[in-house]
Design a protein around this ligand. Structure first.
Ligand SMILES: Cc1cc2nc3c(=O)[nH]c(=O)nc-3n(C[C@H](O)[C@H](O)[C@H](O)COP(=O)(O)O)c2cc1C
Length: 169
């Protein structure tokens, strides 16, 4: 697939098959993050692949209703940016981590995986972060859901390019 085809094929999936993403494929996918642009080569991205014990701890903190949503995909990966406290650097590092995350999502799409970038509220709480060992200096960007697609999501229309691009003289 060309990059344009891949970008168009990546969609937010909320229904997944049960098979987890094999570890070797995850290492390949998360290895794509290294290629993202990042100022001063800080390489701020951190990825935590949740095993059964980590998931159980997170569900315990999340409570029963939220815990159900954490069962939607067979493979969950927490994405965070390791920050320094320098405001400019931190902003750039969050941007770089988002760019790295997009590479992972496109890599997943290329491999026929469904994906979903979610920001569950439990990861904004100190207890949720502690359950996964997220350090105080890290900004959590989301919880990536990965796995086999169960069904295609409905199309989501975007505004045409003219609505958000200006060519300045
Ligand atoms: C930073 C970020 C956080 C997101 N958090 C959520 C979320 O918590 N819940 C949700 O349903 N979708 C979430 N999404 C997915 C968007 O809703 C989705 O990308 C958007 O609806 C467009 O659909 P598409 O991904 O299929 O193109 C998030 C996306 C991003 C980039």
């Amino acid at each position: 697939m060309s990059l344009g085809e891949l970008a168009a094929a990546r969609r937010t999936h909320k229904a997944f098959g049960p098979e987890p993403v094999p570890r070797e494929m995850l290492v390949e996918l998360l290895g794509l993050a290294r290629l993202a642009p990042n100022h001063h080569l800080t390489q701020p991205w951190r990825f935590r692949v949740l095993g059964p014990e980590a998931l159980a701890r997170l569900k315990e903190v999340a409570g029963p209703a939220e815990a159900l949503k954490l069962d939607r995909a067979p493979t969950l990966v927490v994405v965070s940016a390791a920050l320094t406290g320098d405001l400019v650097q931190d902003e750039e590092d969050v941007c770089a981590t988002a760019a790295a995350t997009m590479l992972v999502l496109l890599g997943a799409t290329e491999r026929g995986l469904a994906s979903y970038w979610r920001t569950p509220s439990v990861l904004r709480t100190a207890r949720g972060r502690d359950a996964l060992g997220v350090a105080r200096g890290e900004r959590v960007l989301g919880l990536l859901h990965l796995g086999p697609p169960e069904r295609e999501p409905a199309p989501r229309e975007r505004e045409p390019v003219e609505t958000y691009v200006e060519f300045l003289t």
